[in-house]
Design a protein around this ligand. Structure first.
Ligand code: ZN
Length: 235
């Protein structure tokens, strides 16, 4: 097991891209995995290879650290889930208090698959963009859930697993700030241009903070975080 290697759960969104930069700044070898689960749109997935290429071009010191990238087919999820992340339904808060973008079991499944890949690759550090702050209260993004899952993976595969969540206690403004710290304006620009978070898959409307419809909950968070961060730093 290499302590100096990490596997990043990399979706092509803003958060996981910043997690990837965090991993490249702190580890010697970094691999990536993405999951195709029949999302309402494939925009995020299409962004993934472009982001990796852009990182290699903009940060030569990180290029050599980047190892394999995998895309796992987990379309089985769309067969058992009927949520706004998968079906073309309106995004609303459901009776249970969770937005209907919540896909039950999704992160648990992703982390299990990531653990299996990491086991084969001799990697013990899994890195993901889960976050308790500024979020919709997804129970599988909570640190307690991830501690429990790290224990389950470690016991179940008889190897120590660490699940690192660099964004766990940051709000969206602090996430932009972290991008700046890790890779300066070059990384901020890369996040703006290449990453995708809009639930509706809109790549036509370009805002100061990147592409998106500008009105869905994901765009709203991204825009407000960007504006709050920009207000704090000199242009
Ligand atoms: Zn949007």
């Amino acid at each position: 097991m290499s302590e100096r290697s990490a596997l990043v759960l990399f979706s092509g969104g803003q958060d996981s891209t910043i997690c990837l930069a965090h991993a490249l700044a702190h580890y010697d070898r970094v691999e990536t995995v993405g999951f195709d689960y029949g999302q309402r749109h494939s925009v995020e997935l299409e962004c993934r290879p472009k982001i990796i290429s852009a990182i290699k071009a903009a940060f030569p010191q990180w290029a050599d650290k980047l190892g394999q990238d995998r895309l796992c087919d987990v379309s089985v999820l769309s067969g058992i889930s009927d949520t706004a992340m998968i079906a073309e339904t309106e995004i609303v808060i459901a009776e249970n208090g969770l937005p209907n973008t919540f896909v039950p079991g999704r992160n648990l499944l992703f982390l299990t698959l990531a653990g299996a890949i990491a086991w084969r690759r001799g990697i013990s550090n899994l890195i993901g963009g889960m976050c308790e702050t500024d979020y919709s209260g997804y129970p599988d993004c909570r640190r307690g859930t991830l501690d429990a899952q790290a224990l389950a993976l470690s016991r179940g595969m008889d190897r120590p697993f660490n699940i690192e969540t660099p964004l766990m206690w940051l709000d969206k403004a602090e996430t932009w700030e972290l991008a700046q710290e890790l890779g300066g304006q070059k990384l901020v620009n890369l996040v703006i241009e290449e990453t995708h978070t809009c639930y509706l898959g809109d790549r036509e409307h370009r805002h100061e903070w990147g592409y998106g419809c500008g009105t869905c909950p994901a765009c709203d968070l991204r825009a407000k975080g960007y504006e709050t961060w920009r207000a704090k730093v000199p242009a």
